[in-house]
Ligand binder design. Structure first.
Ligand code: HGY
Ligand code: MN
Ligand code: MN
Length: 410
């Protein structure tokens, strides 16, 4: 039985625009780094809209915020949602679409008066991006019990501020125990953040799963020395070692294949002075593959190369695992419902795997879960130029509303 639902497209697009103003960057783009005043501003706005929609707002001790069906808060909810935090060079839709679109779908279904046996809810998960506090998807990991709350609260940012203090500073150190919301199913609407749908001119990505992610921090230590007096063969140059690691990562992706991704996007150099040989470099490897065996192989090859680099250049290395999240397959029944909704609404679509990590990847480990993608213009994301056409934003939200109705009606 397929359900199609009208949504309030004007309200959806206006809310997305208003939210994009919270943490707006001069010249375009959005920066709402997790648990900053900008993140608080986005959360406060969302809380107001949850209340306007007649939902009961609850916040847990990890800062996850929920809009739940009043009077039925303790019943298993069909939940939708995503994150409001962004990377520092973010755009208006990564995470935001899943939260604002999720609210639009839930609010429209409630306004339609349709009798749905299961209650509907919307979730905002803390620190999905993982660029201020590790790991990423922290809020959903705590919600599912995959990360202990007390461990999460002591995660430190680069300035040594614990996550628990940052939560309290913005007033989102909630009282509910993480995992308190019973979940019947979870759906996340998200921009693709890659080039596939846009290049093919398709409207909907029917997401079958998400690739695995492995983040490791390596601190390479050599010896600081004078750039003018130190002969080249007497140096222990940590930045030279880091540079060789960056080049190796690119080669590694080609050797492993199967769509392997290998990125070193973060380098911290000390003392980082033009006339001083670098003493210490902290780099983070971001390796991804849909095949966990290949991902492990890539990780081992990276570790071996770091060891070889240290031997070559007389460096020491300290490794720290930051993130290891398994590849997941979404619930085939839900994947089928997404496909059916796209078809019923006459939208072009294709099945695909997500290259980016999402809270749905974590929720899938515990609850029947699915995702819906809409195109990213030119495949651009984690970039201030991130854009998705209004028609696609509306179409994705309509598909979401139909799937939520179906899940709540079963
Ligand atoms: O890194 C990711 O894939 C996500 O954007 N946190
Ligand atoms: Mn995201
Ligand atoms: Mn992101």
């Amino acid at each position: 039985m397929s359900h199609t639902t009208q949504i309030n497209a004007k309200r959806l697009l206006e809310r997305l625009e208003t939210l994009a103003g919270r943490g707006a960057l001069p010249g375009g783009g959005v920066s709402r780094m997790t648990l900053t005043p900008e993140d608080k501003s986005g959360r406060d706005l969302m809380r107001t809209w949850f209340e306007e929609a007649g939902l009961t707002v609850q916040v847990d001790a990890a800062g996850n915020m929920f809009g739940l069906t009043p009077g039925r808060e303790s019943e298993p909810h069909v939940l939708t949602g995503s994150h409001l935090d962004t990377v520092a060079t973010g755009g208006p839709y990564d995470g935001a679409l899943g939260v604002v679109g999720g609210l639009e779908a839930v609010q429209s279904l409630r306004e339609s008066g349709r009798d749905l046996p299961s209650p509907l809810g919307v979730a905002v998960f803390t620190n999905e991006e993982g660029v201020r506090f590790f790991p990423d998807m922290l809020g959903s990991l705590v919600f599912t019990g995959d990360l202990a709350l007390d461990k999460a609260l002591i995660c430190l940012d680069a300035d040594g501020i614990p996550l628990g203090r940052a939560l309290a500073d913005i007033g989102y150190d909630g009282s509910h125990t993480p995992g308190h919301v019973p979940v019947k199913a979870f759906m996340e609407l998200h921009i693709e953040q890659g080039p596939i749908l846009d290049a093919k001119g398709l409207s909907i990505g029917v997401v079958k799963g998400v690739q695995g992610i492995h983040w490791t921090e390596y601190t390479l230590s050599g010896a600081t020395n004078h750039a003018g007096t130190t002969p080249m063969d007497m140096r222990r140059d940590a930045l030279l070692g880091a540079a060789e690691a960056v080049v190796f990562a690119r080669r590694l992706a080609g050797e492993i294949g199967n769509g392997q991704r290998a990125t070193i996007g973060s380098l911290k150099v000390a003392p980082c002075l033009s006339n001083v040989v670098a003493e210490k470099v902290t780099l983070i490897t971001d390796l991804r593959n849909a095949d966990m065996g290949l991902l492990q192989q890539a990780q081992t090859m990276m570790e071996d190369e770091i060891a070889a680099i240290c031997k070559r250049h007389g460096l020491e290395s300290l490794a720290k695992e930051l993130v290891l999240v398994d590849a997941v397959d979404f619930d085939p029944r839900i994947v089928g419902m997404v496909q059916e909704q796209a078809d019923v609404l006459g939208l072009s679509s294709m099945p695909m795997i997500s290259g980016a990590g999402h809270d749905a990847q974590i929720m899938a480990g515990k609850f029947p879960t699915g995702m819906i993608f809409v195109p990213s213009k030119d495949g651009v994301s984690h970039n201030v130029r991130e854009h998705t056409e209004p028609d696609d934003l509306v179409a994705g939200t309509r598909v979401l509303a139909g799937v939520l109705a179906g899940l709540a009606g079963q």
